[in-house]
Design a protein around this ligand. Structure first.
Ligand code: ATP
Ligand code: MG
Length: 308
């Protein structure tokens, strides 16, 4: 039985139910997409019980590990998971939990920070291209090329620092960048990269609670940054930029998942299920050895067995 069916089976969760759960958060078409219609505290209670969710998440770790092994053995497809979110939405924790059972040798995580001089000397997709996963590998982007239409859009002074020729910077720049991103992802999909994009959708109230928790607990002080608090002042501008980015780049070959982030367990569940579903659809199998390989294996066995 295939991966998702397997997990669903052990929990009496029909495969269709898992798909329905994911469909609730999957955006493959930008037209009519409104971030405001999405509830950051949603846990889809009518589609899955907390107990089923708990089991699905626990089983998901093992399934993902098994699927990643096949992905690597097959060596044709690659998987790119993009994580974008407002601060304190739980990107790091989600990546850590969802990938916890997977062989680290097959996964690469890239955290995109403020670009340095070498990065600023190139086009904006340059550093993302360099960090793409090769065939058989899973690449995680913790922030990504989307920052170029998010933080840069919210703070025009960053754009001013990018040393673009003046005549190329006009009102249409965001539209052009979004189209470049959509084209880039279409290209990747046609090259055999499964592109999955996750927006962890946190509410303003929950962000405040998490910031306060960081201040309350000395163990969490390292996580607190005054810069994050400053970004909170631009809440509406960020929401508008996310809305525009998701609407312009959602596609069947590069879907966005607008994942409710007020409840961490639910965020992890949806990300894990989406990744498993995508790998499952590839119908990966261990490659059967060809005749020459079979002969080499038989020769190897004969040689080992002939040893004194
Ligand atoms: P954490 O705070 O959990 O370690 P983080 O992703 O917030 O994770 P930081 O080092 O705090 O990491 O922040 C990275 C910063 O870099 C963010 O403010 C982000 O907006 C910024 N950044 C990323 N890409 C770009 C870009 N292309 N242009 C400008 N700023 C960027
Ligand atoms: Mg940060």
């Amino acid at each position: 039985m295939d991966a998702l069916g397997d997990v669903a089976h052990t929990l009496d969760l029909p495969r269709k139910q898992v798909r329905k759960l994911l469909d609730r958060f999957r955006v493959t078409r930008g037209k009519d997409f409104r971030l405001k219609d999405r509830d950051p505290a949603d846990t889809a209670g009518h589609l899955i019980t907390p107990e089923q969710a708990h089991h699905l998440l626990a089983a998901g770790t093992d399934r993902l590990a098994a699927l990643q092994e096949k992905l690597a053995a097959q060596d044709r497809w690659s998987v790119l998971c993009v994580f974008q979110a407002i601060d304190a939405a739980g990107k790091d924790g989600t990546i850590k939990h969802v990938m916890s059972g997977v062989n680290p040798a097959g996964v690469q995580v890239t955290s995109f920070k403020v670009p340095g001089p070498e990065e600023l000397a190139h086009d904006f997709l340059w550093r993302s291209t360099r960090a793409l996963p090769g065939r058989g590998r899973i690449g995680i982007f913790n922030r990504s090329h989307y920052e170029e239409v998010l933080v840069v859009r919210v703070h025009p002074e960053i754009l001013a620092g990018q040393r673009l020729p003046h005549e190329l910077v006009g009102k249409k720049i965001w539209d052009h960048r979004l189209r470049a991103i959509a084209g880039f992802e279409r290209y990747l999909a046609r090259q055999g990269t499964i592109v999955l994009k996750f927006f962890l959708h946190l509410s303003r109230e929950e962000q405040k609670r998490r910031f306060l928790a960081r201040l309350d607990e000395p163990d969490k002080h390292w996580k607190f940054s005054a810069a994050d608090l400053a970004e909170r002042d631009h809440w509406d501008a960020y929401q508008a930029a996310y809305q525009a980015a998701i609407a312009a780049t959602a596609a069947p070959w590069a879907p966005w998942f607008v994942v409710p982030a007020d409840h961490k367990w639910f965020t992890r569940l949806i990300v894990s299920a989406a990744l498993i579903e995508a790998l499952d659809r590839l119908d990966l199998r261990m490659p059967p050895p060809d005749a020459a390989a079979e002969a080499a294996l038989a020769a190897a066995r004969a040689k080992l067995e002939a040893e004194p």
